[in-house]
Design a protein around this ligand. Structure first.
Ligand SMILES: Nc1nc2c(c(=O)[nH]1)N[C@H]1C(S)=C(S)[C@@H](COP(=O)(O)OP(=O)(O)OC[C@H]3O[C@@H](n4cnc5c(=O)[nH]c(N)nc54)[C@H](O)[C@@H]3O)O[C@H]1N2
Ligand SMILES: Nc1nc2c(c(=O)[nH]1)N[C@H]1C(S)=C(S)[C@@H](COP(=O)(O)OP(=O)(O)OC[C@H]3O[C@@H](n4cnc5c(=O)[nH]c(N)nc54)[C@H](O)[C@@H]3O)O[C@H]1N2
Ligand code: SF4
Ligand SMILES: [Mo]
Length: 763
């Protein structure tokens, strides 16, 4: 007879961080497998919500293509190897590059799943430090770095990002985000749809601004199409209206925003009157003025923008203007406005002296070829290809000769991917810490597979800092059959020892290194109680031990016994659905870490970028541009191999407005060639797409999701390869960036589309 048990699990697949309950069945042979996955109704944060991806955790755990053993490339083929062989090969390959080109010649790329895995989150910094390289690249520069830069300048830390207090607001503007499909980003908000419905039921209003009538737009009171890339103009014009109509009212922020800064903002947007920007935005001036008035008049209101506003050449300016709107209408730090979460562990804005700090700086060094400034210690990932291709002219500034990729797939996720793929083939050595043999890792000499997320404990370090309600949750390993693979934190510690020249992996004493790191953490967090704190935390190892120390030292922690009843890891084990810590509460001025101790509303770096926007405003908008999209059954580049999600209609088609379809001779299901408008002769940059005629995109805009293109030779993604789709980033231009943050331009790039067939070439 089979028996059942349940396991609680925070979903690691997106930023909503839903609490799940797994029903685990033990069959007559004594083998356990996942029977069902459902939302955890007792979870105080996600309240039972889940999306279709949660169920695919089972597919991921069971996926026969998911690597369980290291691979070493021999004679162009990836062959299974032992862990000792793999680490020995890495010690040889990396050591060789370091000896010949210097330590700085080893680059690293860091991908999105890192932030969803505790072991990776806590250990990646150790690996990066051990490399001693400036060649650090991550998905941040394809994503949220403009938002982090704007918030860093205003509030003093990269991770002090206010989020809409959705459950108490009356008016919410969502611009360049589609939380019904993406489930929220830089804003951990499970069940956005349900919360939006509740907002409307209590008489509130949801407005969506997007070039596509998205799933979120469909649940809104008002939808306004905007021409891609025009957000900076629209937002500046809304700020302009607040000043022009005397609607500025700082509210709670009045004591922390200087009059000089407010006046500097007024002057900075003077040229962006609604009548001036309306045509470029494709939004009437009177509508722009009305939006500003509604925002100012609502009892409680918030403006939220996400990747649609970040992935632009004015990404940082747009991110900043969103905060300016919130500040100038008294929404910052106010209930129902945008508020700062108070995370239970590891949030910089809960550590150190409150209310003041060092602030943020950028450009401490610049990339070798394009001269892009470092931001948060990184260069733009769209610079990686040129940094590999361009030979070094001095030993102080090495080219990338070896590369480590950690949970990153830039060959599909970064613009200019064919160029990057070609560059990867010229590396002297490449290692990937990844779970698949895919479009990027196929270039690696050695692949080290991380294990199934269900084998590890889970805690969200980043998303507690972005949550719409304060809470704390931890999931222990689910306890299915042991794969025998090392944990990823062990893999990364071995790599960091190898990078320091301390021998092949077999020789490295990972346990001793882990002890050392935890001891340092105990001293940092527990001070004179470090010895006891270390001993108590040592019932765990690795990330859990460090997490316990951080929780106890955190703002809700037990302060190592001084605050009985406070949070510690053992208490979380006793609360499998998590602990609610209440609605967001005001945090000004304590949350600030700016040198001034104020909200620096008018950072000179941003004011200096506005003339560039004004110049762009005078240029005509291109006739046809491409934008991206997300689908709830997909996640960036790597979930197309999971059968539960892959089945059903093809989700990688390019949407074309009927008017454009007619003009271009494109029929439903036909195939079309897409290339960049300015790209003469780069044949590898043409992609062939399947057309879907759809009036949800505005005329002049075509829409294709990123993360597809699973037709590369030498990969092992059997399900994904059946319907590979086309790689949007093969068409986008790696040279287009936001100069302040280094973020890639992912949207609004001019393209040419030509019909290839009148009927469906592929499904
Ligand atoms: N055109 C366009 N491009 C975009 C975007 C866009 O909107 N438009 N969005 C951008 C954004 S926001 C992001 S975040 C990036 C994401 O881009 P990346 O950071 O490259 O992340 P993914 O595409 O999610 O690929 C994740 C990689 O990690 C591996 N992986 C998955 N789980 C694990 C694990 O548990 N352990 C390990 N070690 N590896 C794992 C997968 O096999 C895959 O290789 O894409 C960006 N690219
Ligand atoms: N199902 C699913 N969920 C995901 C992901 C996924 O791939 N699939 N990825 C995760 C990741 S890594 C991230 S970063 C988040 C992103 O979360 P979101 O930012 O919500 O992501 P998108 O759904 O791409 O929404 C961006 C919106 O911007 C619009 N847009 C494009 N260009 C412009 C423009 O110029 N102006 C304006 N105003 N809008 C524009 C697009 O049409 C799109 O609707 O989602 C996360 N969640
Ligand atoms: S929305 Fe879906 S993928 Fe995201 S955390 Fe919840 S269940 Fe997981
Ligand atoms: Mo992202």
């Amino acid at each position: 007879m089979s028996t059942h048990r349940t396991a609680h699990r925070i979903c690691p697949l997106c930023e909503a961080c839903c609490g799940l309950v797994l029903d685990i069945e033990r069959d007559t042979q004594g083998v356990e497998h996942i029977a069902t996955i459902r939302g955890d109704d007792s979870d105080p944060f996600s309240r039972g919500y889940l999306c279709p991806k949660a169920v695919a955790l089972k597919d991921l755990h069971d996926d026969p293509d998911r690597l369980r053993q290291p691979l070493i490339r021999r004679n162009g083929r990836h062959e299974p190897a032992t862990w000792d062989e793999a680490f020995a090969e890495i010690a040889r390959g990396l050591g060789d590059v370091q000896a010949r080109h210097g330590r700085g010649a080893v680059g690293i790329t860091l991908g999105n799943p890192i932030v969803h895995k505790l072991g990776l989150t806590l250990t990646v910094p150790t690996l990066v430090k051990s490399l001693g390289t400036k060649h650090v690249y991550s998905a941040s520069t394809l994503d949220q770095i403009p938002r982090q830069l704007a918030c860093g300048l205003l509030y003093g830390h990269w991770f002090s990002v206010p989020v809409p207090d959705i459950d108490r607001t009356d008016w919410l503007l969502v611009i360049g985000a589609n939380p019904v499909a993406s489930n929220g980003s830089m804003w951990t908000v499970p069940d956005f749809r349900g919360r939006a419905k509740a907002l409307r039921q209590r008489g509130g209003r949801l407005v969506v601004i997007d070039p596509r009538r998205t799933e979120t737009a469909k649940v809104a009171d008002e939808y306004l199409p905007i021409r891609p890339g025009a957000d900076v103009f629209l937002l500046a014009a809304m700020v302009h209206t607040l000043f022009a109509e005397g609607l500025v009212r700082l509210g709670a922020a009045a004591s922390v925003v200087s009059t000089e800064d407010v006046e500097a903002v007024r002057a900075a947007v003077a040229a962006f009157a609604p009548d001036v920007v309306a045509d470029r935005c494709a939004i009437p001036a009177e509508t722009i003025r009305r939006l500003a008035r509604e925002l100012a008049a609502a009892p409680r209101a918030a403006v939220y923008g996400r990747i649609g506003t970040n992935g632009q050449t004015f990404g940082t300016l747009s991110a900043w203007l969103i905060d300016v709107l919130n500040v100038l209408t008294g929404r910052l730090d106010a209930e129902g406005g945008v508020m700062f979460p108070k995370a239970a562990a590891l949030a910089a804005n809960t550590m150190g002296p409150p209310g003041i700090g060092r602030g943020v700086t950028t450009g401490r060094h610049h990339s070798r070829v394009s001269g892009a400034p470092e931001v948060i210690g990184e260069w733009p990932i769209t610079c990686l290809a040129e940094e590999i291709e361009t030979p070094a002219t001095s030993p102080e500034q090495p080219a990338v000769k070896a590369l480590i990729t950690v949970a990153s797939n830039p060959v599909l996720s970064a613009p200019g991917s064919p160029r990057l793929a070609a560059a990867l083939d010229t590396l002297d050595f490449m290692v990937s810490v990844d779970i698949y043999l895919n479009e990027t890792t196929r270039h690696a000499d050695v692949i080290l597979p991380g294990r199934s997320p269900l084998e590890d404990g889970h805690f969200d370090v980043a998303f507690g800092q972005l949550s719409m309600r304060n809470h704390v949750r931890y999931s222990p390993p689910v306890g299915l059959a042991d794969s025998g693979q090392p944990a990823e934190w062990e893999i990364l510690l071995r790599l960091s020892e190898i990078a320091q020249g301390r021998g092949p992996g077999g020789m490295v004493d990972v346990a001793a290194l882990d002890d050392r790191l935890a001891r340092q953490e105990a001293e940092r967090f527990a001070g004179d109680r470090a010895e006891q704190a270390f001993a108590e935390a040592s019932r765990w190892r690795g990330p859990e031990r460090r997490l316990d120390l951080a929780l106890r030292a955190g703002p809700h922690g037990d302060d190592f016994g001084r605050r009985p009843g406070g949070v510690r890891l053992a208490a979380l084990l006793d609360a499998p659905s998590g602990i609610d810590l209440g609605a967001l509460a005001p945090r000004l001025p304590e949350v600030l870490r700016t040198p001034s101790g104020r909200v620096d509303l008018a950072p000179p770096m941003l004011l200096a970028d506005l003339p560039r926007a004004l110049a762009a405003l005078r240029e005509p908008a291109p006739p046809l541009v491409i934008i991206g999209r997300r689908d709830v059954r997909s996640n960036n580049s790597w979930m197309h191999n999971l059968p539960t999600l892959a089945k059903g209609p093809f989700r990688g088609a390019m949407q074309v407005h009927p008017v454009d379809a007619q003009r271009l001779g494109l029929a439903e299901g036909a195939s079309a060639c897409v290339r960049r408008a300015d790209d003469a002769g780069h044949h590898d940059r043409h992609i062939t797409v399947q057309v879907h005629v759809d009036d949800s995109v505005m005329p002049g805009v075509v829409c294709l999701p990123h993360g597809w293109g699973h037709d590369q030779p030498g990969t092992r993604l059997h399900v994904a390869a059946e319907r590979p789709g086309a790689n949007l980033n093969a068409v986008l231009d790696e040279r287009l960036r936001d100069p302040l943050s280094g973020n890639a331009v992912l949207s609004g790039v001019a393209v040419v589309v030509e019909a290839l067939s009148r009927s469906a070439a592929h499904r």
